[in-house]
Design a protein around this ligand. Structure first.
Ligand code: CA
Length: 227
């Protein structure tokens, strides 16, 4: 899941970025409205976390312009305690949720996941294929009911593949969902993550196959029905 964080306070931005990255999001950080616009032109985001008081303007103008262009991406607004009016106008203009500063980063991560699970959002709560299941709420994978521990990156890869189980998910989509901008990613990082995930699934006795469509992408294939 790829997330755009728009926050000009460097300390808060870094704190939030770390927490959300640990929760499996690929996070791009913008400090200004203009930077946010530029990010939005070149990448596809599953969620935007937006501060309202930005050096070059009001975050609400971004909400307004995204909604005017019928952008359906969920937006969570972060606002100061005295910004009650901001909150209301934010929701009026099409933000999906708000959080009052200061907040616990765990609360923010939970709200982000909740937004992605909404109808039309990108998260279902439990995804399955064969004997494999992933609870997106608890971020817990299981093979035949047995818990499978995966590092965050592999868990995210599994999630992206499970959402389109049986189909080839293009490399670009996977990379977009897994890595944030400016992150040093070696050319074969995706291959390496996929092969680690494949090994772990096999070791855990999963009956799904992680198929490589060479040069195109990857697919998670449920077992073929017998006979
Ligand atoms: Ca601010």
């Amino acid at each position: 899941m790829r997330l755009l964080l728009v926050e000009d306070n460097a300390r808060l931005s870094e704190l939030v970025r770390r927490a959300l990255t640990a929760d499996g999001f690929a996070v791009d950080s913008a400090q200004t409205l203009q930077a946010a616009q530029e990010f939005l032109e070149i990448a596809a985001y599953d969620l935007i976390v937006l501060d309202l008081g930005l050096p070059d303007g009001d975050g609400l103008t971004l909400v307004k312009s995204l909604r005017a262009h019928t952008h359906a991406v969920p937006i969570l607004v972060m606002t100061a305690r005295d910004g009650l009016d901001d909150r209301i106008s934010g929701l009026d203009l099409g933000a999906d949720d708000y959080l009052v500063k200061p907040f616990a980063t765990a609360e923010l991560a939970a709200r982000c996941r909740a937004l992605l699970r909404r109808p039309g959002g990108v998260l279902g709560s439990v995804l399955t294929a064969g004997n494999l299941s992933l609870d997106c709420n608890g971020r817990e994978a299981r093979v035949a009911e047995k818990r499978l521990d995966l590092p965050p990156r592999e868990l995210s890869l599994l999630e992206l593949l499970l959402r389109r189980s049986g189909q080839v998910v293009p490399r670009a989509n996977l990379q977009n969902g897994l890595y944030s901008m400016g992150q040093e990613v070696s050319p074969n990082a995706l291959e390496a993550a996929a092969s680690r995930l494949r090994r772990r699934l096999a070791a855990a006795g999963s009956d799904v196959t992680l198929h490589t469509a060479h040069g195109v992408g990857y697919a998670l294939l449920p077992p073929q029905p017998k006979g």
